[in-house]
Design a protein around this ligand. Sequence first.
Ligand SMILES: *Cc1c(COP(=O)(O)O)cnc(C)c1O
Length: 463
Amino acid sequence: MRYVSTRGTAAALDFREVTLAGLASDGGLYVPEAWPTLTRDEIAAMAGMSYVDTAVTVMAPFVGETMTRDELRALCEQAYGRFSHAAVTPLLQLDHDQWLLELFHGPTLAFKDVALQLLGLLFERFLTGSSDHLTIVGATSGDTGSAAIDAVAGRAGIDIFMLHPEGRVSDVQRRQMTTVGAPNVHNIAIRGDFDQAQALVKAMFNDPAFAGRFRLSAVNSINWARLMAQVVYYFYAAVRLGAPDRAIAFSVPTGNFGDVFAGYVAAKMGLPVAKLIVATNVNDILARALNSGDYSSRQVVQTPTPSMDIQVSSNFERLLFDLGHRDGLALAEQMRGFEGSRAMRLTNAQSEGAAALFAAERVDLDDMALAMRWAHEHACQMLDPHTAIALAAAQRHAGKTPMVTLATAHPAKFGDAVERATGTRPSLPSRVGDLFEREERYDVLDASYAAVSAYIAERAVAR
Ligand SMILES: *Cc1c(COP(=O)(O)O)cnc(C)c1O
């Protein structure tokens, strides 16, 4: 399997290279050259499979020649052996047609673990026997940072530098990053907001002097391997609810469009997906884009769902590429327009292609709180605020098709917001251990390129 850039000019790469790389050199994102498909019989055969066997079946075509099936299985067993539920991503029934897919049973309590536990092992596997040393640089609004740090802490040949906006992540999120204690983990609190932290990271990748000295790598969802690992749970859930004989709908709390794009990939691979509901909070650029073709960025509003407080969804580019007849040069032009004016129109092909599979819903704070209370009172379930947004969107589309809401975080990760809506405080699961007793370690820096790049250059290992 080869991977091509959405902007048409960067060299095609294999799975190993694409995993280690991140952004393509032409500024685009990598996607498979063609979508592999699974036959109806192959999907039906997943009915009795474990999560790990499902993962191997779904991911093998993407991994191609870079690993044997047995090697891939061993990595999956190791990654998903760290989840606290035997089903890895269990399904829970909320009412007659509504289901929750719980994706938060990993070590850091959010769905990011599903992909990052595997990505950490892929990095290690692909670095073995090479003299490369990876320098991972990332910015986080909370969940990606903790999941990425847990996945690579203590691994040979890797350093991770994670920037978070000072004072703008929850206590649980910060402590999950800053109490790890491994010497290859470096936490930086930025005096600024998430967008400033993200801009600093982008600037490092785009600075030839800096990027030339270190082998930089990305762990946000521009990394293809992350999306690939997320395709698995769409199959796992749908097959349990009757696929391939019955089509299933999914509602996905969306920020960077990574999770819901994995659902699109599942549909491309042959899974009967009735609908993908893109649930946004009041930061509704995706809802506007999908409902009226207007992809224009506005000021970010802070909400109790920080992982969805986003006004530019990187992975949307992958969808636009696929729906725009995979014309990389045309898309590069379209994206340059967006980068200049922070606004663009979808083409007819993009709008019509999206409408065939996606629906988008904007959910405000009142509807989010209503969904939390409904789940608490009618199904005895506490929901985290991100999940509640997706459930509110799912309820607007209730019908005869089974509807699966993706539960992306454990409610205790956002305890304050849950308590405000329901009057009950969720308790932290025992697997987070003595999180509030452990010592924290991080440095605070100004949102200045000079300060942050110098800090990293002093501590990173040159190529
Ligand atoms: C990251 C995250 C999301 C958004 O996922 P995307 O792939 O960025 O769309 C939603 N909910 C939670 C809890 C998250 O951590």
